[in-house]
Design a protein around this ligand. Structure first.
Ligand code: DGL
Length: 290
C-alpha cells in the first residue's frame, strides 16, 4: 500500500519518537543543520513502544508519517530504534518519494572500536525482536560477541524525568552488570531515550568502556541524504521548530526544557481512528541548546 502523499513535501524535517527520547537525535539534527525547520512529534499517549507488537507500532508510525507529511515535511527521521525496527522498511516502501531515515543499533561502529571483541547492546524488547537488529548484527558482528540487554522500564523512567537518583542508578547497575561481567569494552545505546542517561552509565562502567550514542551519526547521515536529494534548507535564516505530543503538552514542555534546553509552545494532537488530529501550526522559538 502506498500512503497518499500530500501536495507540498517541502520545508520541514519531521522527527518522531514514542516520547522524549528522540530529542537526543533532534538536538544533534539542529546542531548539524541549524537552518532547517523541524517538527518533532512525541506519541506519548502510547509510550512505551518497546513492549508492543510490530503491527501495532507500524500502525502508529503510519499515522504519524501521514500527519507529518500533511504538516509539510520534506524528510522523515524515525528517531526511535523500536519504531525503526517495526516500521522503517514499511515506511520506505509506502512512501517511496519521501527520504526516511531510521535508527539501527550501532553495531558497525562498535565492532570497529572494540578491542575485547565483546559489545553490550542496550535496547527495548521490540528492537531485539525486529528483523532490522538481526540483519545489522548478521552484517557487522562477525567475530564479535554481542551481549543483548533488554532494559524493561528504563524509557519510562526517562519519560518521568528520573535521570538520576537511586532508583535509576539501581536499574542501570542491574542492566550493565552482565555486560561488564562478559568483558565488554563497548556499549551501544540502541534506544534514543538512553543518551539522556549517558553520564550515569559512564560513571558505572568507568573510563575504559566506550559508550556509543548514535545521534550525531544520524544527523550526519540526514545531512548527506538531504544534499543527495537537493532538499537542504535556505541559509542564513535560523530554523524554526514545532513540537507536538499526543500526550500532555505541559509535561512535554517541561521535558523539552530539561532535556534540550528549549522553551517553546507544545501542540496537542489526538488519535482518531488511526489518524492524528490536531491544532493549527504554532512555531516555537529557536532552540537555546543548554
Ligand atoms: N525511544 C525508543 C527507542 O529508541 C524506545 C522507547 C519506548 O519503548 O517507547 O527505542
Amino acid at each position: 500500500m502506498v500512503l497518499a502523499v500530500p501536495g507540498s513535501i517541502t520545508g520541514l524535517i519531521g522527527v518522531f519518537d514514542s516520547g522524549v527520547g528522540g530529542l537526543s537525535v533532534w538536538r544533534e539534527i539542529v546542531r548539524a543543520l541549524p537552518h532547517e525547520d523541524t517538527i518533532y512529534l512525541a506519541d506519548q499517549v502510547n509510550v512505551p513502544y518497546g513492549p508492543r507488537g510490530e503491527t501495532e507500532i507500524r500502525g502508529y508510525c503510519d499515522g504519524i508519517a501521514r500527519y507529518l507529511l500533511n504538516r509539510g515535511c520534506k524528510a522523515l527521521v524515525v528517531a526511535c530504534n523500536t519504531a525503526s525496527a517495526a516500521a522503517l522498511k514499511h515506511l520506505r516502501e509506502s512512501l517511496p518519494h519521501v527520504p526516511t531515515i531510521g535508527m539501527e543499533p550501532a553495531v558497525k561502529p562498535a565492532a570497529a572500536v572494540t578491542r575485547s571483541g565483546v559489545v553490550g547492546i542496550l535496547a527495548t524488547p521490540a528492537t531485539f525482536q525486529g528483523r532490522l537488529f538481526q540483519a545489522t548484527a548478521g552484517r557487522h558482528a562477525a567475530g564479535i560477541r554481542l551481549v543483548n540487554q533488554v532494559c524493561c522500564g528504563l524509557a519510562e523512567h526517562i519519560e518521568a524525568g528520573e535521570l538520576d537518583g537511586p532508583d535509576t542508578d539501581a536499574m542501570l547497575r542491574g542492566f550493565l552488570a552482565p555486560i561488564i561481567e562478559a568483558g565488554a569494552d563497548t556499549i551501544v545505546l540502541a534506544c534514543s531515550h538512553y543518551p539522556f542517561l549517558i553520564e550515569p552509565i559512564r560513571r558505572i562502567v568507568g573510563p575504559d568502556v566506550a559508550v556509543i550514542d548514535p545521534a550525531p551519526a544520524i544527523a550526519r547521515h540526514l545531512t548527506t541524504v538531504l544534499a543527495h536529494h537537493h532538499l537542504q534548507g535556505d541559509g542564513p535564516r535560523q530554523g524554526e521548530h514545532v513540537f507536538v505530543t499526543s500526550g500532555d503538552p505541559a509535561r512535554f514542555a517541561s521535558a523539552l526544557r530539561r532535556l534540550a534546553g528549549v522553551t517553546g509552545p507544545v501542540e496537542a494532537v489526538n488519535w482518531q481512528a488511526g489518524s492524528l488530529e490536531g491544532n493549527s501550526p504554532v512555531p516555537a522559538p529557536n532552540p537555546q541548546q543548554s
